[in-house]
Structure formats: structure tokens, C-alpha cells
Design a protein around this ligand. Structure first.
Ligand SMILES: Nc1nc2c(ncn2[C@@H]2O[C@H](COP(=O)(O)OP(=O)(O)OP(=O)(O)O)[C@@H](O)[C@H]2O)c(=O)[nH]1
Ligand SMILES: [Mg+2]
Length: 367
């Protein structure tokens, strides 16, 4: 390899070594921030050059109201869980890598059709391509909710799963940082912050932006972000999904053991036995809760509410969103609405289309 013309993997190694050598303290924060930005950029370059190939993709059409994926190491019981939650029949066996492709199933709950995708197990290094890993993880990029499935005897694997998802640009249980970037062709870089930044200096923000070739334009920061969050915004292709930790095979342990695991895992988890059907209802309820949906019962002006088939929307949606969900063009003729339920003071209250309904509201759209 010629000097000054390192390959991308070598460049990555070099930056990582420099980061390792640099002690983190107040004086090196800026330097570390810049190194992180450089590293993220080279990684993205490498990804772009290697993402072609690697066999056919597992892409599957999004169906239903939400997509939930099962991510875990081999043999933790992902397929058994899919078969419990849905009518699918994914192959289950006592050896690793039983599932070789994506297997979909539909969970019907509270009137919602929730698509659940069973996937091959992943192993450490999956995000850099080991054992079909990238193809598996790229399915998770389209998920609304990721179930991190653990074997009760290997709860420590949660860290590995989180790391591999992170490496694939998937941020779990995080919101997209509240940062707005506008590029322009001249005039320098203007930085505006609406909160005090405690985790990085203005100079570091500018330095990181420059590492991304952003020298003209504006950056508006509206929350106290870290350098990693800024890099995520600049990299641009991050995905944000909810996650739930599922601890499977709890039929094999006692209460005492579970209590110890609780301490080790730290985060909240749902203990289940997919094989014995233990806590499956609890898992379903937690999936529903985490998806944070509302059910809207539609009622025609002269009819009865349809309590059988609610419209399913993300919490926080407006009545305008409700119209769009009925039909993308329905919203054009819609004018106002009558609502009965917890989001209004009295039955049949007249509201504008900006109104935000809540779960189980009965809505009549007027045109
Ligand atoms: N005791 C017990 N065994 C389980 C449970 N769930 C799954 N198993 C067993 O664990 C083994 C692996 O189950 P699978 O559902 O095939 O696991 P998987 O995660 O889909 O595995 P891969 O497809 O290879 O990644 C099988 O022998 C199952 O019978 C459980 O809740 N309790
Ligand atoms: Mg399987």
C-alpha cells in the first residue's frame, strides 16, 4: 500500500488507533469530536462501496399498520415467538441458523394488523457482514419496533445486539436530534443554538461540520446534543426505532435467577416462555404500548360508529392525518369534524382538522 493512499479499512484502523491513544478530557474533547466525524465519514464511504453484492436482499414489503422485527442470536427462540404471536409457521429447531430468510406473520391486536418479521440469527460482527448479518440488520432499518430477543442464560448478549444495530445506523429508543441543517454555496457557516450546549463547544460543532464538507450554510441546534448526535444528523441516513428487550425461555429458571438477571440487564425487559406460552399476552400488550398507536372509530354523519375496524394511527396524529389515512385525497374536501371521546369536553364537539384526537375517540369528518 502506497503512503498517503490508504485503503478505507486501513484508514478506519488508523483513526481508531488515534482515538484510543487520545485520553478523553476537557482539552481533547474537540480533537475527539473531529476524529469521530472523520471515522463516521470513512465508514459511510466504505459502506457505500461494499453494500452492493452479498446476495439477494431480504427486503420485504411493508404490510399492515406497523412492522416489528425479531433480532437475536441463533437459537434464542425468535421463530418460536413468531409462531406464538401470529399464525405463521416458521421452522423451529435445536440447532443454530435454522431460519435462513425473513418469515412474516401478522399479529391482529386491538383492530391493528401488526406485521412481525422473523429473521436469521445474527452474530458478533454482523454489521460488517458476518453470516448474512448486514442483510438481516437492513430489514431492521425499516422496522417501527425491534424486539431484542435474549436467551435467559445469555442476557449479556443485549449489548452485542445494541452494538450491531448501532453500527448499522439504527438508533433505538432515541428521537432524531432536534437539529436543522441548511446548506448554501457561500457566506460561511452560521451556528444558532436555542439551548445551552453542555456536551460540545461551538468550535467543535463547526469543526465536525467542516469534516463533513459543510462550510457554508446554517446549523440550528434546539437541544443539548452530543458529538455523536451531530454526526448522526450530518451522516443523514440514520433510522430511529423503538426497542423492547424480550427474555425468552424463562420456563428453565426460577424467580431467584430472574431477579439476578434483572440486575445484570439493567434495562426493562419482558420475561416470556414462547414454548410454554408464558407471558405471551404481556408481550403483545407491551408491543402495542410501545408502538404508541391510537384507535379512531369513524362514524358517518347519519350512521353508527364502526367499533369493529378502527383506523390505526400514531399517537399525536391530527384529524387531518385521519383523513389522509382514510384516503390520500379524502383530505381535500374535508372541512371540520365532530368528535366524541376523551380529547374533547362534550359529546359531538365540533373541532377543526388540526385537532389531535386520542385513543378510542369517535370521529365524524364533515365535507
Ligand atoms: N425451554 C424453552 N425452549 C425454547 C423456548 N423457545 C424456544 N425454545 C427452543 O429453542 C430452540 C431454538 O428455537 P428457535 O425458535 O428455532 O430459535 P431461533 O432464534 O429462531 O433460531 P435461529 O433461526 O437458528 O436463529 C428450539 O429447540 C426451541 O424448541 C422456550 O421458551 N423455552
Ligand atoms: Mg429461527
Amino acid at each position: 500500500m502506497r503512503r498517503g493512499n490508504l485503503g478505507l479499512p486501513e484508514k478506519i484502523k488508523q483513526i481508531e488507533e488515534e482515538m484510543k491513544k487520545t485520553q478523553i478530557n476537557k482539552h481533547t474533547e474537540h480533537h475527539i469530536g473531529l476524529l469521530k466525524a472523520k471515522l463516521a465519514r470513512v465508514r459511510a464511504e466504505l459502506e457505500a462501496s461494499t453494500s452492493k453484492g452479498g446476495g439477494p436482499s431480504f427486503e420485504i414489503r411493508k404490510g399492515g399498520d406497523a412492522t416489528v422485527v425479531l433480532i437475536g442470536l441463533p437459537s434464542v427462540g425468535k421463530s418460536t415467538i413468531l409462531n406464538r404471536l401470529t399464525n405463521a409457521k416458521s421452522k423451529v429447531a435445536a440447532y443454530a441458523f435454522t431460519t435462513l430468510t425473513v418469515v412474516p406473520g401478522i399479529l391482529r391486536y386491538n383492530g391493528a394488523d401488526i406485521q412481525i418479521l422473523d429473521l436469521p440469527g445474527i452474530i458478533s460482527g454482523a454489521s460488517s457482514g458476518r453470516g448474512r448479518g448486514r442483510r438481516v440488520l437492513s430489514v431492521a432499518r425499516n422496522a417501527d419496533l425491534v424486539l431484542l430477543v435474549l436467551d435467559v442464560f445469555q442476557p449479556g448478549q443485549v449489548e452485542l445486539l445494541k452494538r450491531e444495530l448501532h453500527e448499522m445506523g439504527i438508533r433505538i429508543n432515541q428521537k432524531p436530534p432536534d437539529v436543522v441543517i441548511t446548506k448554501s454555496s457561500k457566506g460561511g457557516l452560521a451556528l444558532t443554538t436555542s439551548v445551552k450546549l453542555t456536551k460540545l463547544s461551538q468550535a467543535t460543532v463547526k469543526g465536525i461540520a467542516e469534516a463533513y464538507g459543510l462550510t457554508n450554510g446554517s446549523i440550528l441546534i434546539r437541544e443539548d446534543i452530543t458529538d455523536d448526535q451531530l454526526i448522526d444528523v450530518l451522516t443523514g441516513n440514520r433510522r430511529y426505532a423503538s426497542a423492547l428487550v424480550v427474555l425468552n425461555k424463562v420456563d428453565l429458571v426460577n424467580e431467584q435467577y430472574l431477579a439476578a438477571v434483572k440486575k445484570q440487564v439493567g434495562t426493562d425487559f419482558v420475561p416470556i416462555s414462547a414454548e410454554k406460552g408464558l407471558n405471551v399476552a404481556l408481550l403483545t400488550e407491551r408491543i402495542w404500548e410501545t408502538l404508541d398507536f391510537i384507535r379512531i372509530y369513524l362514524k358517518r354523519p347519519d350512521g353508527e360508529p364502526d367499533f369493529e375496524k378502527p383506523l390505526i394511527l400514531p399517537a399525536g396524529s391530527t384529524l387531518r392525518d385521519v383523513c389522509k389515512k382514510i384516503h390520500p385525497r379524502f383530505v381535500e374536501g374535508a372541512k371540520y369534524a365532530f368528535v366524541t371521546g376523551s380529547s374533547v369536553k362534550f359529546e359531538g364537539q365540533r373541532v377543526s382538522l388540526d385537532h389531535v384526537p386520542v385513543d378510542k375517540d369517535v370521529v365524524t369528518i364533515m365535507r
